[in-house]
Design a protein around this ligand. Structure first.
Ligand code: DMJ
Length: 454
């Protein structure tokens, strides 16, 4: 296993340059070979789920058991995976996932659920399944779920609570964050466009815009806000966990809905992001944590989640900044075998050594390749995909790593491994027609939503 890693890295370090291979030819055969590897990985992961976690949320690969998030399974893995199987041409797997979803999924559950996770994985997955497959039962499930989540928005500010009970509508946890507030816009908005009922769009937009309208004088947002008083209670500002996809959804909601409020908000924030978060180093441009009111640097941590911004930045038109940040992303990946959850880029030391099969670094390599056509991003993709296949593959499914430096495995295979990681791994090498940016926008969970003609 290790042998492969060193083989891959040594070919990249020849001539004293980390990118000695960056312009080397990447033939059609090589692309097809990578696509086949990813398809085989998806089949292996799904077989593990089928054999040991069928009908449950996720597979726990090391113990060969299942994980259920709440009192009853909500089929996280099949719902997140269905569109990936369809995109990869895995028709048998797509059919199995569809049959399971339509025969078993029922949201009448006596449990409160996390609105954000359920929205991005399940509501998004079901909406895409409906748009891809056309079966109205997917839409009925999506609508039932959204209606059960809607009471979350009942607060003085319109900002949603973090948790809502699926049967009673009772809410809890009124300290929310920009990511969990804003990353409902595409899914709820899209449901409004499909059903013609504006209530979903309006509710999601109200919460998201409240955050934007209460940005600091530096045009930044903080990490936590009180949904009733609208007061910021944590001033840390950055591109990572709890904020990340709020910024992402402003841009993508503009693309999806053509609503200029989102465009303006994204542009205002994006200028501030570039001014205050970016830290330029000889390894590339990393992104730091600052105080939302003063801009003072609080921390210099960077990690797997932050890596998405290179792709978003390029996708939104600034390829040069995206390029510099992707240099940093790829440094983070190769410096520690596989990227860690988090490291301190100033000290160059790991602060959280695990890797839970996250997609963001691959996601950015994919966007950078699509935006520039530069072969170095295919090479980056190959190194990253092969290191995941070599080091995370288990006899049953794929496993997260407890420590990227020792390759010790951890007992989890998150559903986003199917929804996102394998999808981006495939899309980097697949023909452009597999996913046409003129026709679809990918949600934060990489579920493609059709752009309506304006
Ligand atoms: C996914 O569920 C989404 O990409 C989310 O925006 C961030 N976390 C995971 C993947 O890392």
């Amino acid at each position: 296993m290790k042998k492969h890693f060193f083989a891959a890295v040594s070919c990249i370090f020849i001539s004293g340059s980390i990118y000695a291979q960056k312009d080397a030819k990447f033939s059609e055969e090589m692309k097809q070979e990578m696509c086949s590897k990813v398809r085989a990985a998806a089949q292996h992961a799904w077989k593990g789920y089928k054999d040991y976690a069928w009908g449950e949320d996720d597979l726990k690969p090391l113990t060969k058991t299942a994980k259920t998030w709440y009192k009853k399974s909500m089929l996280m893995t099949p719902v997140d995976a269905f569109d990936t199987f369809t995109m990869l041409g895995l028709t048998t797997e797509a059919k199995e996932a569809k049959e399971l979803i339509l025969s078993k999924l029922d949201f009448n559950i006596d449990n409160d659920v996390q609105v954000f996770e359920i929205t991005i994985r399940l509501l998004g997955g079901l909406i895409t399944a409906y748009e891809m497959d056309g079966d109205k039962k997917f839409l009925a499930l999506a609508k039932d779920l959204a209606d059960r989540l809607m009471p979350a928005f009942n607060s003085k500010t319109g900002i949603p609570y973090r948790y809502v009970h699926l049967q009673t509508g009772k809410t809890r946890d009124g300290i929310n964050n920009p990511a969990e507030i804003g990353t409902l816009m595409m899914e709820f908005g899209k449901l409004s466009r499909i059903t013609g009922n504006k209530k979903y769009y309006n509710a999601a937009k109200k919460g998201m815009m409240y955050v934007y309208n209460h940005r600091s004088s530096l045009d930044l947002v903080g990490e936590q806000i009180d949904v009733e008083t609208g007061k910021w209670i944590n001033n840390r500002s950055h591109i990572g966990a709890y904020i990340d996809s709020y910024y992402e959804y402003l841009y993508k909601s503009w693309l999806l809905f053509g609503d200029k409020d989102f465009k303006t908000a994204f542009e205002v924030h994006n200028a501030a992001i570039k001014k205050h978060y970016i830290s330029k180093t000889d390894k590339g441009w990393f992104m730091q944590q600052v105080d939302m009111n003063t801009g003072k640097v609080i921390d210099t941590k960077y990690g797997a989640l932050e890596a998405f911004y290179a792709g978003l930045c390029a996708f939104a038109g600034d390829v040069e900044t995206g390029r510099q940040i992707q240099e940093a992303n790829y440094y983070m990946w190769t410096r520690f075998n596989i990227e860690p959850e988090e490291f301190d880029f100033k000290a160059d030391t790991i602060t959280a050594a695990y890797y839970i099969l996250r997609p963001e670094n691959l996601e950015s390599a994919f966007y950078m390749y699509r935006m520039t056509g530069e072969l170095k991003y295919l090479w980056q993709g190959k190194v990253m995909v092969e290191s995941i296949i070599d080091h995370c593959k288990h006899d049953v499914g794929y496993a997260s790593l407890k420590n990227v430096q020792t390759f010790e495995k951890m007992n989890s295979m998150e559903s986003f491994f199917f929804g996102e990681t394998l999808k981006y791994a495939y899309l980097i090498f697949a023909p452009e027609s597999t996913l046409d940016f003129k026709k679809v926008v990918l949600t934060t969970e990489a579920h493609p939503f059709k752009i309506e003609k304006k």
